[in-house]
Ligand binder design. Structure first.
Ligand SMILES: Nc1ncnc2c1ncn2[C@@H]1O[C@H](COP(=O)(O)OP(=O)(O)O)[C@@H](O)[C@H]1O
Ligand SMILES: [Mg+2]
Length: 599
């Protein structure tokens, strides 16, 4: 065959292969056009998963009669005119190829009326035909019989249900980004989603549910030219799949490796590997800082300064997630969804609780005034005995806690339940704390600091001596330097015996032999150089687990209060190292409900 130019129609059909993968991709392009046209209300109707028909009606600016034929041409667009425009593009579309591609593989028509026009016009793609039509305002795009003329592609379409599910995804993604636009989705004559225009939070609630919002922190961070806002779930709400992860760059839904990585890192410390966080996050930056013209469907982007974006997303999210219970309570004044949930938790119902709080508070202050760190020796909350600051908190700082107005968020301890839970009351109701999980978390956070600084060391009066196998002997020797940096002084006491002479002060109360054996097991298969970087957090987790107070250890009320105060002062204390919650609140309202009170 000699070289020849391909006919326009075939070119478009080839291009369609890139842009129009399935009905959902048609819907995405047509919906984005409606958004670019400045619509305030958009209605989508699908038939048979969008394969039979996709109809999108908007109330946007419309297309003038003389431009209608151009709208169906390839590389015809009203959104950019120069390379400069391309580099700062703010609209969803700009390539000017979507309608041409869709028209090449379906039966398509556009009816449109712009404001100045006395009536609407309708254009059919094939055969190309322009005729007067009836329409009040805006644009209606109809795409019927997708792939009717390209059977090879049609074969790749899945069942109606699957195709509809993809359309539904696309619709939701766009809807999340555009709460200012009223949107409706119908399928086979039935309305499946109706979303009024409103605030972002209401849209997120409508699409992701109350429980997502209740378990999410709101994120709003700004740094230089970058801004990140939205909602990210606390680990307690994690899901087993990635279906609730929405990330937008300048209003465009993207899947970006860099961003995904930053988010995963931010959760790495608090979420178990097989669980996935849920989030709706919007990154905004100067359009110049991001290249959206990387992928025909624009699902990927390229950042000019990708390191800065990674850092920023990571830190913004880490900060939002780390805010401890106390911090959340402190920001409860600020309006916004985060404040709402935090406030619901901590904001005392006006005055009511005060009197009832008195006795527990009294007991606490009496304890705090009289306490010596040694008082707590039974349980030796090492967290407590070890740090001078914490010891001071136990000794003097506590009485300074303003009684009344600023009652601590986690309240005052009442009792211990079955050696597992601490019961406490705050102004809103009953607080239940999983004491081992909470203590473990506190230790873990403290230990993280320990590797970076000089650990407080507790010398043992009598060295702890215990028998170990040959491999443990070897790894104790190999990792001696690291262990010493962490506060462990360990040496051989015989051919098969180790003697521990000191431990990190934080872990003074831990069963030494058990702790060191677990650590050596953790270290065993790793060369010394790799441990600190690759295994660091696992090491610390092992230490925290062994150092944390065990179930069935009975705690005194002062010890329990000390733990509550430590939790308030610790970042990420709301979850244990495995992402489970460490405490929960049964509000008076919850309790009233249990007893059918006030019905
Ligand atoms: N719903 C709509 N309302 C107003 N104008 C539209 C609409 N849909 C498409 N257009 C016009 O048709 C042109 C071509 O659309 P398209 O092929 O999707 O390319 P692009 O969106 O990349 O510009 C757009 O630039 C726009 O001017
Ligand atoms: Mg477009």
């Amino acid at each position: 065959m000699p070289i020849h130019r391909l006919p326009e129609h075939l070119i478009n059909q080839i291009a369609a292969g890139e842009v129009v993968e399935r009905p959902a991709s048609v819907l995405k392009e047509v919906l984005e056009n409606a958004m670019d046209a400045g619509s305030t209300a958009v209605e989508v109707q699908l038939e048979q998963g969008g394969v039979r028909r996709i109809r999108v009606a908007d109330d946007g600016c419309g297309i003038p009669q003389d431009e209608l034929p151009l709208a169906l041409e390839r590389h015809a667009t009203s959104k950019i005119a120069s390379l400069d425009d391309l580099e700062r593009v703010g609209t969803m579309g700009f390539r000017g190829e979507a309608l041409a591609a869709v028209a090449a593989v379906s039966r398509m028509s556009i009816t449109s009326r712009c404001e100045r026009a006395s009536h609407a016009w309708r254009i059919d793609a094939d055969p190309r035909q322009l005729a007067p039509a009836a329409l009040n305002h805006g644009t209606v795009v109809e795409v019927a019989d997708l792939y009717f003329n390209t059977p090879a592609r049609r074969k790749f379409l899945k069942s109606e249900g699957t195709e509809f599910a993809h359309c539904d995804d696309v619709f939701r993604r766009i809807a999340l980004a555009r709460p200012d636009v009223a949107m409706q989705l119908g399928h086979n004559g039935r309305i499946s989603l109706r979303l009024p225009s409103g605030r972002r939070e209401a849209r997120v609630r409508a699409l992701l549910g109350d429980d997502f919002l209740a378990a999410a922190r709101s994120v709003d961070a700004e740094s230089g030219l970058l801004r990140l806002s939205g909602f990210a779930s606390l680990p307690a709400y994690s899901r087993s799949s990635r279906d609730a992860q929405f990330f937008y760059v300048n209003g465009r839904f993207v899947r970006d490796k860099l961003v995904t990585h930053a988010i995963r890192e931010a959760y790495a410390d608090i979420l178990h590997g097989s669980r996935h966080p849920a989030y709706v996050l919007f990154l905004e930056l100067d359009p110049f800082g991001v290249d959206v013209n990387v992928h025909p469907a624009k699902i990927e982007v390229r950042f000019r300064d990708s390191r800065a974006v990674h850092q920023f997303v990571y830190h913004a999210l880490t900060r939002a997630l780390a805010a401890s219970a106390a911090a959340a309570a402190a920001t409860a004044e600020a309006p916004g969804p985060q404040a709402e949930s935090a406030a619901a938790r901590f904001h005392p119902p006006p005055q009511q609780g005060r009197l009832a709080m008195e006795p527990a508070a009294r007991a606490y202050f009496d304890f705090a005034a009289a306490a010596r760190p040694e008082t707590a020796a039974g349980f030796t909350p090492a967290v407590f005995a070890a740090r001078p600051a914490a010891a001071a908190a136990a000794g003097q700082a506590a009485p300074a806690l303003p009684a009344g107005d600023l009652a601590p968020p986690l309240g005052y301890a009442l009792a211990q339940l079955h050696g597992v839970y601490i019961l406490a009351q705050n102004e809103s109701g009953l607080i239940l704390v999983d004491m081992h999980a909470a203590h473990e978390r506190i230790l873990y956070e403290r230990l993280k600091l320990l590797l970076d600084g000089t650990p407080g060391v507790q010398r043992l009066l009598i060295p702890a001596v215990f028998g170990v196998g040959a491999r443990d002997m070897a790894s104790a020797e190999e990792h001696a330097a690291l262990l010493e940096r962490m506060g462990f002084e360990i040496g051989p006491a015989g051919p098969q015996e180790l003697a521990v002479r000191s431990v990190p002060a934080l872990l003074a109360a831990a069963p030494v032999g058990e702790l060191v054996r677990a650590l050596l097991a953790e270290l065993r298969d790793y060369p010394a150089t790799e441990v600190v970087t690759a295994r660091r957090n696992e090491l610390l987790a092992t230490m925290a687990c062994h150092g944390a107070v065990r179930a069935n250890r009975s705690l005194t009320v002062p010890e329990m209060n000390a733990l509550l105060r430590e939790m308030e002062a610790t970042e990420r204390a709301d979850q244990c190292n495995h992402g489970r919650p460490t405490w929960t609140l049964l509000s008076m309202a919850d309790l009233d409900k249990l007893f059918l009170r006030g019905r």
